[in-house]
Design a protein around this ligand. Structure first.
Ligand code: GZL
Length: 326
């Protein structure tokens, strides 16, 4: 038997073994009749409209799927997520799913889950662990692509112009995958043209309040701001308040590029206050529950599942608003 075939048989067996050793005990194929799946879900927090929609999607999907969901809100603190994961291990849940608030510092607790034979699924955000065995699958957006889409819009918007374009950037939570990747995707695109300058960049922690506070500081410290790149809508909406209080017109005096695509941002876009919104789909619940069932049943699942999403410009906002689901 070739090495490859042997390896894939072992891998397959490992997946089955992992699933069959979950809390439910379950038969070898993991398809234990009557055993109601229990999933431990550690959520980042309730920091934004996106997060609220994501939480609702996960909770509604668990109910629909007949899955018992043990839900924990970490209030954007990694130590709370680690505590929650340890509690799920103690409770011997079948699967652990979580959105890691930051990319690093997960290996120890994920090894504890692995040693307890509880499979882990990442949703929304990723971890930077080098050990591939610590989670089975990662379901969520491609944040680098989202950053590139934001940069592409800016390049197109200023095509043919040579005067300097001063950009201020409201970054997401420091150390989080969306903040790191949306920044790198965006800068990778705009670095091709020297007229684009990021003159100030600071975290607004994905919240409206912090977004407003940091934008107020930018407005005081920067003599000329042409563009705001906000890593999410809540910070953009907070920044809009600061811009208006400074007597400037958001979307006109300062063009605004945002990410997420929540309803409030579509409303602001239809009022001309946001110029473009790169969609980041929070409605991951159904896909997550489907994934969890497959993992528990010992089925092979994709290592990476990317969510489908688009880009919406101001002229599309009003028509799209009535059908926005979050
Ligand atoms: C992205 C998600 C981010 C959103 C923010 O998938 O992790 O966190 O862009 C949210 O609105 O707070």
């Amino acid at each position: 038997m070739s090495k490859r075939v042997a390896a894939s048989l072992v891998a397959g067996a490992m997946v089955v073994a992992l699933s069959a050793c979950g809390s439910g005990g379950g038969s070898a194929d993991g398809k234990d009749s009557g055993h109601k799946l229990t999933v431990g879900f550690s959520q980042v927090g309730a920091e934004s409209g996106w997060r609220t929609a994501n939480t609702k999607s996960v909770q509604d999907a668990a109910k629909k799927a007949g899955i018992t969901l043990k839900f924990s809100d970490a209030q954007q603190k990694q130590e709370n997520q680690i505590k929650a994961i340890r509690s799920f291990i103690q409770q011997k849940v079948d699967v652990i799913a979580f959105s890691p608030v930051v990319e690093s510092g997960w290996d120890t607790v994920l090894k504890e889950a692995k040693d307890a034979h509880i499979p882990v699924v990442l949703t929304d955000r990723a971890v930077d662990s080098k050990d591939d065995s610590l989670y089975v699958s990662f379901l969520g957006s491609d944040f680098v692509e989202e950053g590139k889409r934001a940069g592409d819009w800016l390049v197109k918007e200023y095509q043919g112009r040579t005067d300097p374009v001063n950009i201020v950037e409201l970054q997401g939570t420091t150390g989080s995958a969306p903040a790191n990747d949306r920044k790198s995707g965006f800068t990778d695109v705009i670095k091709a043209d020297a007229k684009f300058k990021i003159v100030a960049s600071q975290t607004g922690d994905f919240t409206r309040a912090k977004g407003k506070e940091v934008m107020q500081a930018f407005l005081k410290s920067q003599p000329k701001i042409d563009v705001l790149y906000a890593h999410n809508d809540d910070m953009a909406l907070g920044a809009i308040q600061a811009i208006e209080e400074a007597g400037k017109k958001p979307g006109v005096d300062i063009k605004i590029i945002s990410v997420d695509g929540v309803k409030d941002a579509f409303t602001a876009m239809s009022q001309g206050k946001i110029n473009v919104d790169v969609e980041c789909n929070p409605l991951l619940g159904d896909q997550l529950m489907d994934l969890v069932k497959k993992v528990k049943a010992g089925e092979q699942v994709p290592r990476r599942i990317k969510t489908q999403e688009g880009v919406f410009t101001q002229d599309q906002a009003a028509a799209a608003l009535p059908t926005r689901q979050y």
